[in-house]
Design a protein around this ligand. Structure first.
Ligand code: NAD
Length: 492
């Protein structure tokens, strides 16, 4: 059965469908970046709220700003903006559910004016974002807004017909200001530490470059709550689409698949109001930072800890690595002895249970998260997720052996050749310079960590350097598996 509003009542009863009257749902949110994650997370939370008979004024208007988003517009418009979310349990059970909270989808490259006016409409009280880390236009070295980006230059030259997220959102805010309407709240749901703070800095910088008074007003008047978001959502594959049809009889042009776990910790700062998120399991807090650090240093850093070692040991999927007892022991020890001690207490969270849950989540064989995905863009990840753990441990004279070994596993991976001599496809914005340095790993083993833009002054600390050099030498002499065995046999 093709998925549409008409066919909802006739779908296989195993597929849950909205229990509310979709015709009664009105737009209250515009969301930019309707990818897999938004559809597995925020749109799902709102659908849950609506199933409880609440929040029907918080329907979502999706927006795509990238040329590639045309496909999403086509897929959704043919099925009345409905789609199926398939939750994949580790025992092979699939839980399919049709989500109805998305009420429209606008494709900005074809009609920027419609996007701007949608955001300027008085009923819109939140503009939310999942535009990836790169979408914030942060200059990689200076950390400031990258004004040299040609797209930004273009939007500054022609602010009425913008193409970027910044141009579109700021023009909508400018129109609201001119019309005497209060600004909407900008809610970033990207995986960036201090995502709201980063968004505020970047949007204010763009607005200031357009008009200093507008920038000052934006920085003062617009709310940018921080959030921590978590749900592993891999890219939908053609196999996922076929399986939804063969197992449940639903034909959906672009369903979403995800793990059962979901978490959203949100700073409660919404001057124009917000949906009753607390009714559907969102944690509303004053300070998101302890939750963010927990996620970055345990979940994200553990992904780094498993991925290079795992790849070098011959694995290709995260669940394979996390079903191997040697790796599980290594990850648990990294978290317990090196990652977790750098965290402040996290309100309401049992950190020990959280660590074990992570291993279970990573081991879910249905998710098929690839090591290739986890190994990509390491130069954005290791410095943000793992290096702060090492620094913190060095300051308190704590252990760094396992974290230093993870850095060494990245350096070994960046050599671009695996343990059997086969080439590795290194995906990184800094691919060329990193691979060039890594080629000298055997003759100048400290060269990789001498890169101060990535590692700061870590190389100057003899405790770190010794552990790093030991691990790198062992990776060369004995390989990934034996290196882990040796690390697990010793204390450090
Ligand atoms: P996706 O590829 O399915 O969708 C990404 C969306 O972002 C697309 O609509 C794309 O057009 C848009 N986009 C990309 N670059 C952009 C730019 N420069 N400006 C505007 N829009 C841009 O990816 P996804 O799985 O939905 O993940 C998106 C983001 O969500 C991640 O980068 C991360 O910050 C966050 N997130 C993802 C997961 C996950 O498991 N997938 C988990 C937590 C958080």
């Amino acid at each position: 059965t093709p998925l549409t509003h008409q066919t909802l009542a006739t779908l296989n009863p195993a597929v849950k469908t909205p229990t509310y009257d979709r015709a009664a749902v009105t737009a209250g949110i515009v969301h930019i970046g309707v990818g897999g994650f938004h559809r597995a997370h925020q749109a799902m939370y709102l659908d849950t709220l609506m199933n409880q008979g609440e929040g029907l004024e918080w329907g979502i208007v999706g927006v795509g700003v990238m040329p590639g988003d045309k496909r999403m517009q086509e897929a959704l418009s043919c099925q009345d903006h409905l789609y199926t979310l398939v939750v994949k349990h580790p025992d092979g059970t699939f839980e399919p559910r049709v989500i109805g909270s998305l009420v429209d989808y606008l494709f900005a490259p074809e009609d920027p004016e419609a996007v701007i006016e949608a955001m300027a409409a008085p009923a819109i009280r939140i503009v939310s974002l999942t535009v990836t880390e790169g979408g914030y236009n942060v200059h990689p070295v200076s950390g400031a807004f990258n004004l040299d980006n040609p797209l930004i230059q273009r939007d500054l030259a022609d602010p009425q017909r913008p193409a970027s997220t910044f141009g579109l959102v700021v023009e909508a805010l400018a129109r609201r200001r001119a019309r005497g309407l209060a600004p909407f709240t900008v809610m970033s749901c990207d995986n960036i530490q201090g995502n709201g703070d980063v968004a505020r800095r970047m949007f204010a910088a763009f607005a200031t470059a357009r008009d200093a008074a507008l920038g000052e007003w934006l920085a003062r008047e617009v709310a940018f709550p921080n959030s921590m978001v978590d749900r592993i959502t891999p890219v939908t594959t053609p196999g996922d689409i076929d399986e939804l049809t063969s197992r449940f009889g639903v034909k959906d042009a672009w369903p979403v698949v995800c793990e059962p776990f979901t978490q959203w910790v949100l700073e409660d700062h919404f001057p124009l109001g917000r949906p009753a998120f607390e009714a559907v399991g969102v944690q509303l807090v004053d300070d998101v930072e302890p939750f963010e650090l927990m996620k970055l240093r345990l979940l994200n850093a553990s992904h780094q800890a498993l991925t290079y070692f795992g790849y070098l040991a011959g694995y290709r999927y995260a669940h394979e690595v996390c079903q191997d007892p040697l790796f599980v022991a290594f990850l648990l020890r990294y978290m317990k002895e090196e990652g977790a001690p750098t965290l402040a207490p996290v309100p309401g969270i049992d950190l020990d249970a959280y660590q074990h849950t992570l291993i279970e989540r990573f081991a879910n064989p249905e998710i098929k998260d690839t090591l290739a995905r986890l190994c990509a863009e390491s130069s954005d990840r290791i410095p943000k997720w793992l290096v702060p753990v090492i620094r913190h441990q060095l300051e308190r004279d704590g252990p760094v052996a396992l974290s230093a070994a993870v850095v060494a596993s990245w350096a070994r991976y960046a050599e671009g050749v695996d343990e059997k001599g086969a080439p590795i496809e290194v995906v990184d914005a800094l691919r060329e310079p990193l691979m060039a340095i890594a080629r000298d790993n055997r003759t100048r083993p400290e060269a990789f960590v001498e890169n101060r833009e990535l590692f700061g002054d870590l190389v100057d600390d003899p405790r770190f350097l010794q552990r790093y050099l030991e691990a790198l030498a062992s990776l060369h002499a004995r390989g990934a598996r034996a290196t882990l065995e040796a690390l697990m046999g010793s204390r450090g």
